[in-house]
Design a protein around this ligand. Structure first.
Ligand code: CO8
Length: 258
């Protein structure tokens, strides 16, 4: 499908979704969010795709929701249309692993979009922030919830209340990002991680993602029970037999997603 605000490329088993509104620092318009949702759906439905990388430009992953689009909106319009709500829900419904490769600004909705991905690999130039308070609003796509769970109350409050940006080194220390690499190596690192993931059993990946996400949605005892049942269910797969036999045979496993 032809997109206007994003570019989608397939590199072997990895779908790369690149946000592409350079003039607006990849500000997230409704049109762009809908295209991201569509591209994620297509990647989820495409049997060839085993991992997804979501990225922006060197200067900006995304500098937030599109302020121009929101500026004139009334409460009735924002509430009545559930602005950005359905798109945000659809993004987190993607079942395949999604890596955010973040360079430059990841602000407001851009930070929230990165947090909706499964993990973030950041360049040394990355800057994360929830500066909505400067606009007289607050985060609306999960930022008060996901950022708080990622970095804890103190730093989340600091970012939401002061609007200050967190650089990549602080973001790594705080647990917001998984890895920090030099800007020039960002896509190489993200693609290497994605290709590594693509080698695994799809069934185990789906179960792992679902189970880790339970840690955010359920009491711990429920999450642990859910994990145990998923763990046990994977013993019904051929990939479990193959993975363990390959280890014992001292060879690479050949997973077939069965
Ligand atoms: N929306 C629209 N346009 C933007 C945005 C944005 N969020 N950010 C940057 N742009 C545009 C600028 O207007 C400018 O356009 P133009 O050249 O036509 O004037 C262009 O991008 C370049 O921006 P700057 O000239 O400002 O570039 P600088 O390098 O000087 O500054 C900054 C970069 C610091 C990133 C600056 O652009 C900035 O502060 N941007 C706004 C950041 C922000 O406030 N983000 C939060 C937005 S609100 C939000 O995300 C709410 C999400 C939750 C909604 C969910 C509802 C359910």
């Amino acid at each position: 499908m032809a997109y206007k605000t994003i570019v989608v490329e397939l590199d072997d088993h990895v779908a790369v979704i690149k946000l592409n509104r350079p003039d607006a620092l990849n500000a997230l318009s409704t049109a762009m969010l809908r295209e991201i949702v569509q591209a994620l759906r297509e990647a989820d439905d495409n049997e060839k795709v085993r991992c997804i990388v979501l990225t922006g430009s060197e200067k900006a992953f995304a500098a937030g929701a599109d302020i121009g689009e929101m500026a004139e909106m009334s409460f009735a319009e924002v509430f009545g249309s559930d602005l950005y709500g359905p798109e945000a829900q659809a993004i987190v419904r993607c079942r395949k692993p999604v890596i955010a490769a973040v360079s430059g600004y990841a602000l407001g909705g851009g930070c929230e979009l990165a947090l909706m991905c499964d993990f973030i690999i950041a360049s040394e130039s990355a800057k994360f922030g929830q500066p909505e308070v400067n606009l007289g609003i607050i985060a609306g796509m999960g930022g008060t919830q996901r950022l708080t769970r990622a970095v804890g109350k103190a730093k989340a409050m600091d970012m939401h209340l002061t609007g200050r940006f967190m650089d990549a080194a602080e973001a790594e220390r705080a647990g917001l990002v998984a890895r920090v690499v030099p800007a020039k190596k960002l896509m190489d690192e993200a693609m290497a991680a994605a290709h590594k993931i693509a080698e695994k059993s799809q069934l185990a990946l789906l179960a792992a993602k679902e189970s880790v996400n339970r840690a955010f949605e359920t009491p711990q005892a429920e999450g642990i029970l859910h994990e145990r049942r998923l763990f046990q269910s994977l013993f019904a797969t051929e990939d479990q037999s193959e993975g363990m036999q390959a280890f014992l045979d001292k060879r690479e496993a050949q997973f077939r997603d069965r």
